[in-house]
Design a protein around this ligand. Structure first.
Ligand code: CMC
Length: 392
């Protein structure tokens, strides 16, 4: 069996080779297929980035148009699926609803399930990208008890997502272009991040030849935890709590540094980035721009800036190389856009979907892939004899 060593959290174990995303954690570099995240965030669009991640190259104009058209046309969900989406309790956490929905989606498209049929995989890819958008808007609406709207094919991916999320029936609604552009950028920033907890989950589930829907549904569940995607919601809760307790940032930071159980500076720290998270730098700029463009003056933004300021000058954080990560400022933007806190992590999932799909497809097509099956080092009891219950 060879030598087995324990590597908690897989700090030093590469699970695969990958050509999709490059991270240099010391330099704060993130690239999708070689393209710097800063250039993509500034100049590309979410669906173009999805194409790039999944197919490896930027699309030509006609390829992009065909891809957008195909995704757009599939945003409508089956009427029974729509009914199903309306059956969850209003106070259900949207991440639970979302993962259930992605899993349930597979039951409507049996022709798209075979992981080794390229046409089926292509169909599943488009269906998942298209319907996750609709599902995310429905998740928001069911949490409000509002009617579920139908897609409008004449609009763009993000624009129509916002309309389906926020429009009130029989009332005029036009998404604010500032919000459309800002959300598109945020989705790009979330689109992939190599072998993090949820992506590794997607790959390991898929390594058993489970279908793409089952694998990404598992990814959503992994993402829901507060140490991972759930951090964006946890940051806002933390800021709310500090404000409710009088807004004393220094007192809160003392609790963090004293390592009070369960108290961490949420939105700070990263397994790989030991320098500023390049996504956080873009998000921070965006937060300033979006909040001022929308005329929303959120005192929580000042509080967040204050916490960052303390952390960047405090030995506890500096010596541990803890910097803001992507989740630190995103919640403030989502809130300004009108999303409730429980929707923040579903938005992360919507953004991450292309990455999960690209990684799953790379895994399925990689001749090196084997079923994920880590070893263990057993530390339990040595062999002993069973005693009947009456003799114990
Ligand atoms: N606040 C206070 N202390 C922290 C924090 C934090 N946010 N993060 C790490 N530390 C401390 C930790 O206590 C440990 O200290 P010591 O060496 O004295 O034991 C040291 O820094 C190293 O931390 P770790 O937990 O061993 O690091 P990790 O690589 O296992 O964890 C992390 C990475 C992101 C889970 C962690 O930094 C964390 O819990 N951050 C807060 C949650 C968060 O923002 N998550 C989002 C991550 S980025 C996007 C995403 O994945 O969704």
């Amino acid at each position: 069996t060879g030598l087995v060593t324990v590597d908690p959290g897989f700090m030093n174990t590469a699970s695969c080779e990958s050509k999709i995303t490059y991270i240099d954690g010391d330099e704060g570099i993130l690239r999708y297929r070689g393209y710097p995240i800063e250039q993509l965030a500034e100049q590309s669009s979410f669906l173009e980035v999805a194409y790039l991640l999944i197919h490896g190259e930027l699309p030509s104009p006609s390829e992009l148009e065909a891809f957008e058209e195909r995704v757009n046309r599939h945003t409508l969900v089956h009427e029974d699926f729509r009914t199903f989406m309306g059956t969850f309790p209003r106070n259900a956490h949207p991440m639970a609803v979302m993962s259930s929905a992605l899993n349930a989606l597979s039951t409507f498209y049996p022709e798209s399930l075979d992981p080794h049929d390229p046409e089926a995989v292509e169909l599943a890819t488009v269906l998942i990208l298209a319907k996750t958008r609709t599902i995310t808007s429905y998740v928001h609406r069911t949490s409000k008890g509002e009617p579920l709207l139908y897609p409008d094919y004449s609009r763009g991916y993000v624009e129509d997502f916002l309309r389906m999320t926020f429009a009130v029936p029989y009332q005029q609604y036009e998404p604010d272009p500032v919000v459309v552009q800002a959300l598109d950028k945020l989705l790009i920033l979330h689109a992939d991040h190599e072998q993090n907890c949820s992506t590794s989950t997607v790959r390991i589930v898929g390594s058993s030849n489970a279908n793409l829907y089952a694998s990404v549904a598992a990814g959503i569940n992994a993402l829901s935890g507060p140490l991972h995607g759930g951090a964006n919601e946890a940051v806002l809760k933390m800021l709310d709590e500090i404000k409710a307790n009088g807004g004393d940032a220094t007192a809160f930071m003392k609790r963090v540094k004293d390592k009070e159980p369960g108290v961490r500076l949420m939105g700070f720290g990263h397994r790989v980035y030991k320098n500023y998270d390049p996504r956080a730098a873009i998000v921070k700029e965006s937060a300033d721009a979006v909040l001022s463009a929308l005329g929303k003056n959120d005192e929580l933004l000042d509080l967040a800036r204050g916490l960052e300021e303390i952390a960047l000058n405090d030995d506890y954080f500096v010596s541990r190389k803890l910097y803001p990560n992507v989740d630190f400022y995103t919640g403030l933007i989502y809130k300004a856009m009108g999303f409730s806190e429980s929707m923040f992590t579903p938005l992360f999932a919507l953004g991450r979907m292309p990455g999960w799909i690209a990684q799953w497809r790379e895994m399925i097509n990689d001749p090196q892939t084997k079923i994920g099956r880590p070893r263990q080092v057993y530390t339990g009891a040595v062999e002993r004899d069973y005693t009947p219950v009456a003799d114990r």
